[in-house]
Design a binder for this molecule. Structure first.
Ligand code: MN
Length: 367
């Protein structure tokens, strides 16, 4: 179990305890998912004692009813959570000198509050890299959730292609996609704001849906993701609404070839940098290298962007169980943008995608 790995890590690194503050990390270790807003929510782990969850009093009962079977302690709004945490930790373990924290998450003011409550302790050790490495290799159960989340994207693309009509705004289409996912599939949460981009808007990779109306004879880019069982999906398709120009057909085909080549090439033993190059070389040779303005992909799991980054200069060797996106894009400012994206998992001998919507250029009649 992953919490055993955390305890072993504490022992091997001569650490007494860990203060885990990122709700995503807490969910990863405990199965209890919660958004605490401004209140204090933490998992405390020890080298020689059982871990416990510390939560606002109003969440204690739901935490106890969750998959988490360990202790849960709460605090009321008017109480000092830091004094209670220090007291609970001291009851758990006699030696509390060296602590590990998530430096990527814990705020400076909360670190200072911890330090004040535990004046003799050191909070110098950063646990964030260990947690990122641990989360990078997915278990079979996690891969099942990622596949299920991917299937939501395939459904959403069907909705998107059926919804696309002349005169509709990008925002209306995005809202319709989200609405149909909620009412037909019970999907309560997207993993990021649904992206619908028409024409030259697609040349800005992360531009949110605008009030721009869909016109005939332009490319429309969809980038969609939904949460399922606490895991994210993320997939992009670009379609032609009406007749694409020769240039649009060309950049689509170059990008499609680059994306498929990378999906086909991904396997254990190669580096993230080498995989990025598979797609980038095809786009560069076709003359569009300067328009591919981001890394090939990002890891995916409990959040939509996590390790590993599939990019130039990352010598990380790919291993079975790593899950990430493969999403080359060509963005020509003022003209058009194309991106095709599938997330998937590195298997023993290749790469298995989570989304299966066709990547042949789809032409949706504009009349
Ligand atoms: Mn992505």
């Amino acid at each position: 179990m992953n919490l055993d790995k955390l305890q072993t890590y504490l022992q091997n690194n001569n650490l007494d305890a860990a203060y885990i503050s990122n709700p995503i990390t807490i969910a990863y270790f405990t199965g209890y998912e919660m958004e605490p807003h401004e209140r204090i929510f933490a998992l405390l782990a020890f080298k020689d004692a059982d871990p416990f969850v510390f939560a606002p009093a109003l969440n204690v009962e739901e935490a106890k009813a969750s998959d988490w079977s360990g202790d849960v302690f709460g605090y009321l709004d008017h109480e000092d959570p830091w004094a209670i945490i220090a007291d609970l930790a001291s009851q758990r373990s006699a030696e509390l000198n060296r602590w590990a924290i998530e430096k990527e998450h814990l705020s400076v003011s909360r670190l200072q509050a911890l330090q004040t409550a535990l004046p003799n302790a050191s909070f110098a050790h950063d646990l964030s890299p260990f947690i990122a490495d641990l989360r990078m290799i997915k278990t079979p159960a996690e891969i099942k959730h990622l596949q299920a989340a991917g299937a939501e994207c395939d459904f959403a693309f069907k909705v998107a292609f059926e919804t696309l009509k002349q005169g509709m705004t990008e925002r209306a289409i995005a809202s319709q996609i989200d609405y149909q996912l909620q009412v037909q599939h019970g999907t309560m949460q997207t993993s990021f704001e649904t992206i619908v981009q028409a024409g030259k808007n697609a040349a800005n990779p992360h531009l949110g849906p605008t009030m721009t109306q869909i016109k005939p004879n332009e490319l429309v880019l969809f980038d969609l993701g939904f949460m399922k069982e606490g895991y994210a999906s993320d997939s992009s398709r670009t379609v032609a609404f009406g007749q694409p120009s020769a240039k649009e057909r060309e950049i689509y085909e170059v990008n499609r070839e680059a994306q498929q080549a990378a999906v086909d090439a991904a396997k254990p033993g190669m580096t993230a940098s080498e995989l990025d190059a598979v797609a980038r070389d095809i786009i560069t040779k076709a003359g569009y290298g300067e328009y591919f303005i981001h890394r090939l992909g990002h890891g995916i799991g409990k959040v939509v962007h996590e390790a590993p980054a599939i990019m130039q200069g990352n010598d990380l060797v790919l291993q079975p169980g790593m899950c990430f996106s493969i999403e080359p894009g060509i963005y020509i400012p003022g003209v058009a943008g194309v991106r095709i994206e599938d997330c998937g998992v590195v298997t023993e001998n290749g790469f298995e995608v989570f989304t299966h919507t066709s990547k042949d250029l789809k032409i949706i009649p504009a009349d």
